[in-house]
Write a protein that binds this ligand. Structure first.
Ligand SMILES: Cc1cc2nc3c(=O)[nH]c(=O)nc-3n(C[C@H](O)[C@H](O)[C@H](O)COP(=O)(O)OP(=O)(O)OC[C@H]3O[C@@H](n4cnc5c(N)ncnc54)[C@H](O)[C@@H]3O)c2cc1C
Length: 398
């Protein structure tokens, strides 16, 4: 197995890099590189630029706008975008419901929704988790009952990321309460403007509004908005989640943050010595870098296996575990690097327009909110404990 990139692959990465540098708004880049909050418009603008270039849905089949790139090219594309400070396009439309619709929707649904996903016209959110149904998703209770040519939906979803921006939600609903729990679930596509839907913010520990509760009270959804077959929603959800877990390791982002950590450790002094030269701290950076390199190589091993036709198995779960832990360790070391200056908890510091007086270096002002925000990475996309259970079963035979 040769894990080095070919000259063509490196040339491809250079082309992507030049294009990003010429097309990404500097203010958006600044926000991403300095861990500031992005607005809905920042995401939409970047989505539009990628769409215009023909790069918004690289992994889709060519007939639906895909690029036909190899797995390595797709990997390099993601890496370069992260390194250059491009916003991560929320996965819900392009990487989640899009592939599900391509695989399971009828022609009318494909014709209507896929162009709107590519253009960014519809912002999608994911209505899977409910209070009491997260890891045990199949126990979900939001129900849909057929009434003439409409489904009537009642229930509650939670942790719904960016539902406050969404035009559409793809929703798992119980349509046969008497069936075995995985068998009685269907997937509905619901317009967020339908009467009876209420979105309530959940403010997370970092003071941010990223997630929401979504309530459904007698929400009437056209029968035509059912994906695939009734009571087959669990199959579509599993297909969708396999897409969610790939890419969640976010190696490119962690490489970028590691670089930032090193720059900060150059500037911060301990007893007059740059922190990066203090052996105890240097060891921590080195250990993190080694783990990150190992993660990257593991990701490439998977890509290489995929290129020779082997489907990624439980290895994807391993990447999620290690990737999320590394992301958290980076936020911990950022805090440690600035010592007491990380203590003031100031969520407003994550707004680009914040012009408050930072206590200590300006870059330290967002470290505490960032640290708290990143507690999420070991929970979402299937908690790390659940990933370990899957690995224990699939790889260790326990
Ligand atoms: C920031 C964020 C954004 C999210 N966005 C969305 C979204 O957009 N749409 C959506 O549908 N969902 C979303 N989620 C929900 C996410 O998928 C769930 O939080 C996750 O699946 C865990 O479910 P839970 O929160 O109900 O925790 P629980 O399932 O109640 O788990 C609680 C704890 O128990 C552990 N645990 C549970 N079962 C087992 C077991 N069998 N063995 C060992 N340990 C176990 C878990 O690991 C966890 O530590 C989001 C979550 C977060 C934090």
């Amino acid at each position: 197995m040769d894990l080095r990139f070919t000259a063509e692959e490196l040339g491809f990465a250079d082309d992507v890099r030049s294009w990003v540098r010429a097309n990404l708004a500097p203010s958006t880049r600044d926000k991403v590189l300095n861990a500031k909050r992005l607005s809905k418009q920042d995401y939409l603008d970047w989505h539009a630029s990628l769409n215009e270039r023909g790069w918004i849905v690289p992994a889709w089949p060519r007939e639906h706008g895909g690029t036909g790139w190899t797995a390595i090219q797709k990997h390099l594309f993601d890496e370069v975008l992260s390194e250059e400070g491009a916003p991560e396009i929320p996965a819900f439309s392009v990487k989640m419901i899009g592939p599900v619709l391509i695989a399971f929707a009828n022609q009318a649904q494909k014709d209507y929704y896929l162009p709107r996903i590519r253009s960014g016209e519809d912002w999608w959110c994911q209505g899977f988790s409910e209070p009491g149904s997260g890891s045990d998703l199949a126990s979900l209770r939001t129900k849909a009952v057929l009434d003439g040519d409409h489904w009537v939906v009642n229930g509650q979803k939670t942790w719904t990321t960016m539902a406050q921006y969404a035009d559409m939600i793809f929703c798992l609903c119980r349509t046969d309460p008497s069936a075995k729990k995985q068998m009685g679930i269907s997937m509905l596509l619901i317009d967020m403007k339908t009467p009876g839907i209420t979105v309530r913010p959940i403010i997370t520990i970092d003071g941010a509004h990223e997630v929401n509760e979504v309530f459904f009270d007698d929400v009437r959804v056209p029968a035509a908005n059912l994906v695939g077959e009734v009571n087959k929603g669990w199959d579509y959800a599993k297909f969708l989640l396999s897409h969610e877990r790939t890419g969640i390791a976010r190696v490119g982002r962690s490489k970028r943050e590691l670089l930032r950590l090193k720059q900060i450790a150059q500037q911060e002094l301990q007893d007059g010595m740059p922190l990066i030269q203090v052996p105890a701290f240097r060891d921590k950076i080195a250990n993190l870098e080694i783990d990150l390199m190992a993660l990257e190589i593991s990701g490439l091993r998977l890509l290489s296996a995929a290129a020779s036709g082997k489907a990624p198995g439980a290895e994807a779960n391993m990447l999620k575990i290690k990737g999320s832990e590394i992301q958290q360790r980076l936020t911990e070391l950022m805090m440690e690097a600035v010592g007491p200056y990380a203590l003031p908890f100031n969520p407003e510091a994550r707004q680009l327009e914040w012009n408050g007086e930072p206590i200590g270096p300006e870059y330290a002002a967002s470290f505490a909110p960032d640290y708290f925000n990143y507690r999420k990475t070991t929970i979402y996309g299937g908690s790390n404990e659940i990933q370990r259970n899957i690995l224990a079963k699939a790889k260790l035979g326990l």
